[in-house]
Design a protein around this ligand. Structure first.
Ligand code: AMP
Length: 212
């Protein structure tokens, strides 16, 4: 089993790269953020707590996320491994992954980027409400004003947690909880560093060279 972990702050481009690398290596893509956002849309006590947590830029309980990852990775579709976007996010989760998947080969792609660069990237981010295509009003706008390039829809949406006040909290949470993982995986010689300010094609080429 080959697990490639994408580690980096919100807006570092890790989601985009994780999707590209998943297609190129033919390994399924798993984003804990996507799973939690779906769970938060439901109508139950759990979803209320999830929405509150995510809207405040806080991490969701590791017990819950570990259980989701454990369940998912035991499905046949994931037997060869996967691209993990957004997990592990702290030492508890990294240790859980090691303990429950001791035979997996784990590589960690780490996206390095400054906070000021992130603000522009994240606060410009929006997506098509119909097909989900992702744009950025500063960096990657739609070709025609207010019209999705892919499906021509004129309806767009912004993620609640991409607003600047939430971004600051997510960054603080990331610095406190997730950056210790860089040390953890460096000691295991599992880290591949990425300059997140490079163009996405250049990053993908470099990554594929190192992962293949
Ligand atoms: P993301 O799309 O990866 O930025 O995740 C969005 C939000 O989901 C985060 O701000 C957290 O609230 C929650 N989340 C995603 N992955 C994890 C994780 N591994 N552990 C705890 N919370 C998570």
């Amino acid at each position: 089993m080959f697990i490639v972990v994408f580690l980096g702050p919100p807006g570092s481009g890790k989601g985009t790269q994780a999707t590209m690398i998943s297609e190129a290596l033919k390994l399924p893509y798993l984003s804990t953020g996507d799973i939690l956002r779906e769970a938060a849309k439901k109508d139950n006590d759990n979803s209320v707590a999830l929405r509150e947590c995510m809207a405040n830029g806080k991490l969701v309980s590791s017990d819950l996320v570990n259980a989701i990852v454990d369940d998912t990775l035991h499905q046949a579709e994931f037997s060869a491994g996967c691209i993990l976007d957004g997990y592990p996010r702290n030492l508890n989760q990294a240790e859980f992954l090691d303990k429950n998947f001791p035979d997996a080969k784990v590589k960690v792609v780490y996206f390095d980027i400054a906070y000021d660069t992130l603000v522009e990237r994240v606060t410009g981010r929006f997506s098509c409400a119909k097909c989900g295509a992702i744009y950025n009003k500063f960096l990657a706008p739609t070709k025609a004003l207010n019209k999705c390039d892919k499906c021509d829809s004129r309806e767009f949406k912004v993620r609640e947690d991409d607003k600047v006040e939430v971004l600051r909290k997510r960054w603080n949470e990331y610095s406190k909880e997730t950056t210790p993982l860089v040390d953890y995986y460096t000691k295991k010689s599992a880290i591949i560093g990425v300059d997140a300010t490079l163009k996405k094609e250049a990053i993908a080429d470099k990554l594929l060279e190192q992962l293949r």
